[in-house]
Design a protein around this ligand. Structure first.
Ligand code: GTP
Ligand code: MG
Length: 245
């Protein structure tokens, strides 16, 4: 796989300093970077534009209009990445919780045509610097999603992934119902419904050091409801890599 055929989609909201650190770590590996900014008040969008003018076609920027939301940003980002001809589309957070050094492992896994999910909850994966309540919340969220939807994935809410073009293009994203981080669950569920293979690749997730989390009460409420809506969309057909525990 030629590295310029890999696009890394990064949604940003108030990640000015983090984006400055993340961008070179992605670009130095030869991948393309697509930043999807939601009019960040800290002017992350300007940093993104500076990167685009410095790196030409290797950096693309989408400045979204309201309403803002992680899921909405990804929808626009995925559409742009597909239009621009990417063969593999990676997604990762801007806050350096996802280590760009782990992109190659995801890319190798997705080169087989399966969806690669960076997993904190597979042997070899872990979370660094999370307080107890975050660990408990994340574990509980994953257990809840698995129980309601039947997705046999240990880390259904991970935002560090790599998609083969044909799987991403086949997802029925026009009918999406999620705006916040539960969008990650929705895309995975739809991939499994299509019968796409899904592999989990262990990752080390590090708590953000700069900037603030955007997880809010309304986003958590949505995360409780959406798995039920997904469940009633129909049965899963996916060939996943082992059952989650
Ligand atoms: N474009 C856009 N990006 C967003 C939005 N909300 C969050 N993001 C980005 O999505 C990524 C994940 O958001 P975080 O706030 O880190 O959420 P999280 O990773 O679930 O929470 P933490 O673990 O506390 O960091 C980051 O790159 C954010 O900047 C949004 O409304 N629009
Ligand atoms: Mg984060």
């Amino acid at each position: 796989m030629k590295r310029e055929r890999v696009t890394v989609v990064v949604p940003t909201y108030n990640e000015r300093d983090n984006l400055r650190r993340l961008a070179p770590a992605v670009l130095d590996q030869g991948y393309r970077l697509l930043i999807v900014d939601d009019g960040s008040p800290d002017r992350t969008g300007e940093v993104a534009d500076e990167l685009a003018s410095r790196h030409g076609v290797r950096v693309d920027v989408i400045h979204r209009r309201p309403p803002r939301g992680l899921g909405l940003a990804y929808l626009d980002g995925f559409a742009r990445a597909l239009t621009s001809g990417a063969e593999l589309i990676c997604q990762m957070d801007a806050d350096l919780s996802h280590d760009p050094a782990q992109l190659p492992a995801l890319i190798v896994a997705a080169s087989t045509g399966r969806v690669a999910v960076g997993s904190r909850y597979r042997p070899g994966g872990r979370v660094v610097n999370w307080p107890l309540h975050r660990r408990v919340l994340s574990r509980a969220a994953n257990r809840y999603v698995r129980a309601v939807t039947g997705l046999p994935i240990a880390d259904c809410t991970s935002g560090f992934r790599c998609w083969p073009r044909n799987v991403l293009a086949a997802l029925p994203l026009a009918r999406h119902v999620s705006h916040g981080y539960v969008f990650q669950v929705e895309t995975l569920y739809e991939a499994a419904r299509l019968g796409a293979g899904i592999d989990e690749v262990p990752i080390v997730f590090v708590e953000r050091r700069h900037g603030r989390s955007k997880v809010s009460g309304s986003i958590l409420a949505e995360a409780c409801i959406v798995p039920w809506r997904l469940r009633f969309r129909g049965r899963l057909r996916s060939g996943t890599n082992g059952a989650a525990t």
